[in-house]
Design a protein around this ligand. Structure first.
Ligand SMILES: *Cc1c(COP(=O)(O)O)cnc(C)c1O
Length: 413
């Protein structure tokens, strides 16, 4: 065996123009880099965590005491949220794309009995879990949820708020109402909507658990803190059932954020070694979100998404999504089948767009933390250039005219 010491790893600056991660805000990066070396029980680190908890409640519009960040990414928050689901629990999960599909797999893993695990360890077929498959590109509607919950009467129901795989918005109101009507505890994957959409989780009393991520709408770094929030009913259920996890048990985790026995306390107690860098970055991302305001930010997403959408339609693409942070499209007919080639060409140049991760193959272009004329115009021009290189017909003058007409006067910022 030989070994070598590699040269220092250098990672270039790229334009994150996909479904996420977004472009980490410069203020967040600075907060991360400026944090001193301090341990996880140092006073300012603990104070920062308490402040994050309070800011998160404000951003998420909730009085839920159990609102905090899980160290890691979106899946860490989701694993925490699903931790109260026990073997044999009745679950109905709605899947309409890549991410809700993985959520449904997680639920089957949590609810499977040991025999079901042994029979199919990586893909257990839990008899107590019903997965309602909604085709790619179509939303989960209130009617679909109502029918399934009326029929199966589960303890838990699951839906993604925004399914990032296909760029579809699912019916949160319909989901919450149906959960209330049928006495199910709703669990929602809000990984791609928090920080982009303006909504208050307390307006959805049918939903008992929420999970999000740091690096999409909140403009923070991946592997910092993934927000979660739980109602008292969720915590009561967890208390009586327990969970097969120490690290992702919300009751244990919340202690480090200063929540003990359902009450806020003045000082967090040890759960795991939190990072002062991550706390500083998350704190700044939350401050930024509150300073901008979600109403204003969500409006800006809608405005800029419309410009991107209309520009790619002008280039002959067909848009099939309705998420304000992301456009999912089919290439013009003459370029159909060359999606991966196009995406790879763009990525090779540091223009980070994405394909869909499950069938059918489509192209995804995102605008996370790119809410200004210059950034959106740059994305549009880079995409137009990539289409042209592949042999597509692009009318550059028409694109420039569209940009000028949308941005020329009122919405320059
Ligand atoms: C991005 C995403 C995830 C996964 O989040 P990670 O941060 O990659 O762990 C899960 N669900 C949805 C809806 C997403 O958009």
């Amino acid at each position: 065996m030989t070994f070598q010491i590699y040269p220092p790893l250098e990672i270039p600056e790229t334009l994150a123009a996909g479904p996420g991660p977004g472009n980490t805000d410069a203020r967040v990066l600075q907060a991360f880099a400026n944090a001193g070396v301090a341990d996880h029980m140092q006073g300012d680190v603990l104070r920062g965590m308490l402040e994050c908890k309070l800011m998160l409640r404000e951003i998420w519009g909730t009085k839920n005491t159990y609102t905090f960040g899980v160290a890691g990414t979106g899946w860490s928050a989701l694993d925490t949220m699903f931790s109260a689901v026990m073997p044999g629990d009745k679950v109905v999960a709605f899947a309409n794309g890549t991410f809700s599909g993985i959520d449904a797999l997680t639920l089957r893993i949590k609810a499977a009995t040991s025999q079901e695990h042994a029979a199919n360890p990586l893909d257990p077929k839990a008899a107590s879990v019903v997965v309602v498959e909604v085709p790619h590109g179509e939303p989960v509607t209130g009617d679909i949820v109502e029918k399934a919950l009326a029929q199966h009467k589960p303890k838990w129901a699951f839906m993604a708020h925004w399914e990032t795989g296909s760029g579809r918005i699912n019916d949160l109101r319909g989901f919450s109402d149906a959960c209330e009507r049928h006495d199910a505890m709703g669990l929602v994957d809000a990984v791609s909507s928090l920080g982009v959409d303006s909504f208050s989780i307390d307006d959805y009393p049918g939903v008992a658990g929420w999970a999000s991520c740091p690096q999409k709408g909140l403009c923070c770094l991946p592997l910092t803190y993934a927000p979660v929030s739980f109602t008292d009913a969720y915590i009561e259920s967890l208390k009586s059932s327990g969970a097969y996890s120490y690290v992702h048990n919300p009751i244990f985790e919340a202690r480090h954020w200063g929540v003990v026995n359902g009450q806020d306390v003045e000082k967090g107690t040890y759960h795991r070694t939190h990072s002062g860098y991550a706390v500083a970055a998350f704190h700044e991302a939350l401050r930024l979100t509150l300073q901008e305001g979600l109403v204003k930010r969500s409006l800006a997403y809608r405005t800029h998404e419309k410009v991107l959408r209309d520009a790619v339609v002008e280039m002959g693409c067909e848009v099939t999504s309705d998420m304000p942070s992301l456009v999912v499209l089919n290439l013009p007919p003459e370029l159909a089948g060359r999606e991966m080639e196009l995406v790879q060409n763009c990525r090779a140049r540091g223009f980070g767009i994405w394909p869909t991760l499950s069938e059918p193959v489509q192209v995804r272009i995102g605008i996370l933390n790119q809410l200004n004329r210059q950034s959106v115009s740059r994305i549009i021009r880079l995409f137009a250039e990539a289409l042209r290189e592949l042999g597509g017909q692009v009318d550059h003058e028409a694109i420039e005219a569209l940009l000028e007409s949308r941005y020329g006067t009122s919405i320059a910022a």
